[in-house]
Each structure stands twice: as structure tokens, then as C-alpha cells.
Design a protein around this ligand. Structure first.
Ligand code: UDP
Length: 260
């Protein structure tokens, strides 16, 4: 059956869903960095991100943080609520790294005094510039109330994820969130959308600070699928002995995913 493609992004495709106000989110194996200047196909990445993001978003749903996730459908797809994505990336940081270190000259690995949030305007032509709350408000990308609600939720998610990852020997350095607007007759609210995965977080092993995230691709370190598999194993969502080749194909029926 051919489905209607709604949108194709760098790492995911959105298809029309089976019911009104639903979509199917498909996780590709494509990896991109530096605004599409570096590209590769990394077999198995989509399967791992689908599983990891499903796990994290369902944990958030369980603690009362509304997300777009309805359920995972198969190894590469999720059923999600359709929402109007705000054109803003909400980046939460606990430890200096990446663009924060480069822009402000703060050594990578420096613990920040408290978690901070940054806003980036999603626009490839402009290279996703860092923007202020006022830029967002005056351009009508989101209202002041929406920014406040999404930011408060982002900090709650940070508190929850720091603990969750700490418990499995991983430091949550920073991560990116996206929010979407959903309507209830004439009232709207913002809910968490997109994904939370090693593609959108910086995750360091607590013991040796080994990078278990997309920086392995950005920095050409190799071993990306192995690192994402390690994250999934530690989260208890992949049986120890499962075969990376099976994950890579994304079609194996032999991988028994543990039920919560
Ligand atoms: N990030 C992301 N998508 C983007 C930009 C950033 O998921 O388009 C994530 C990135 O993986 C990291 C955090 O947001 O966990 C902060 O990224 P940073 O601003 O340091 O940018 P980068 O160094 O990745 O260019």
C-alpha cells in the first residue's frame, strides 16, 4: 500500500496516519551534520533511534508530560499525534559542549552552574541561528506563553532524563527538543514532538566520558551503531546478545524487544 508522504526531513519521514490527526513517523538510517554538509547512511541507526525514542517518550507520558507518541508500530515506525511543529529548537544544556563551547570559549566538559536553555530558529538557509525569546515572539514563531510552557516542560524533562541516564552510567550533557501545537476546538497547547535519541542528545559514559551519541559521526570517531546499541542495552530495552546485523537490516523478527 502506498501511503501519502507528508514531509521528509534529514533523519525521518512523516506519512499520513490511519486516523484523523495522526501521522506515521519513519526513522531513516541517514545521518547528517553541519547543516547537511556531512552525510552518510548508517545501517541500523533508525531502528535504534525508534526504539530509544519510544522508550524515553513513553516514560515521559507516564509521568504526565504529554508527547506526540501514541505507540511504536514496528522496527522503524511510530504512530504519532499530528501537531503544528514550532519552528524552534529548544536546547537544554547541563555541561558545556558543541556550539556553546565554541561560541563562548567554555572548555568542553565544564559543568554549568545550573541547566540552561537556548532557542534556535529552524531554518537551513540561515544555519539554524541562535535567537532570543523576543525574536520568537515578534516574528510570531510562538507566543510568549508557548515559549514559557515549552521551556518549563524542557527543564522538567531534563530533571527526569538526568536521573534516568545517571542510573545507567551515562551523563546527559545536552539535548534538543521540539514542541508542537495541538488544538482542542479553539484552544491550543504545546506538547513534546519529534524524538529524543542519541541523535539529539550528547551522552557520555560516566566512567570514561566515552561519547555514546551523534558526535561519533560529527567527529568521525566511528562506532556509532555500537554506541547507540550500548545506550539501548543500558536502558534495558535490548537483550544483551542481540545481533547488530539484525538491527542493521531493520526487518528481523528475531529481536525480542523487552516489554516494560
Ligand atoms: N542538536 C540537534 N539538532 C540540531 C542541533 C543540535 O539535535 O539541529 C542537539 C545536539 O545533538 C546536541 C545539542 O542539540 O545534543 C546541542 O547542540 P549544539 O548547539 O552544541 O550544536 P552542534 O555542536 O551539534 O552543532
Amino acid at each position: 500500500m502506498r501511503r501519502k508522504k507528508i514531509y521528509e526531513g534529514k533523519a525521518k519521514i512523516l506519512y499520513e496516519g490511519p486516523e484523523r490527526n495522526t501521522l506515521v513517523q519513519y526513522f531513516k538510517d541517514d545521518a547528517t551534520a553541519f547543516n547537511n554538509k556531512k552525510k552518510a547512511v548508517i545501517e541500523g541507526k533508525g531502528v535504534l533511534n525508534n526504539r530509544i525514542s519510544e522508550f524515553l517518550l513513553s516514560q515521559l507520558n507516564d509521568i504526565g508530560i504529554e508527547t506526540h507518541l501514541i505507540k511504536r508500530l514496528n522496527m522503524r515506525e511510530q504512530l504519532i499525534k499530528n501537531c503544528e511543529i514550532l519552528p524552534i529548537e529548544f536546547v537544554v544544556r547541563n555541561i558545556a559542549a558543541g556550539s556553546l563551547s565554541t561560541r563562548l570559549g567554555i572548555a568542553e566538559g565544564t559543568m554549568l552552574k545550573r541547566p540552561i536553555i537556548e532557542y534556535y530558529y529552524k531554518n537551513d538557509d540561515l544555519d539554524d541561528p541562535l535567537v532570543t525569546e523576543e525574536h520568537i515572539e515578534v516574528n510570531g514563531w510562538a507566543s510568549t506563553l508557548e515559549i514559557a510552557q515549552a521551556s518549563e516542560t524542557a527543564f522538567r524533562i531534563n530533571d527526569f532524563l538526568i536521573g534516568l541516564f545517571r542510573g545507567v552510567g551515562i551523563k546527559l550533557v545536552d539535548f534538543k527538543l521540539e514542541f508542537g501545537r495541538v488544538w482542542n476546538t479553539d484552544e491550543s497547547r504545546v506538547i513534546l514532538a519529534d524524538e529524543i535519541s542519541p541523535d539529539t542528545c550528547r551522552l557520555w559514559d560516566t566512567k570514561d566520558e566515552k561519547k555514546l551519541d551523534k558526535d561519533r559521526f560529527r567527529k568521525g570517531l566511528g562506532g556509532l551503531v555500537e554506541a547507540y546499541t550500548e545506550v539501548a542495552k543500558r536502558l534495558g530495552i535490548m537483550p544483551e546478545g542481540s545481533n547488530i546485523m539484525e538491527i542493521k537490516s531493520g526487518i528481523s523478527k528475531t529481536i525480542k524487544l523487552k516489554k516494560k
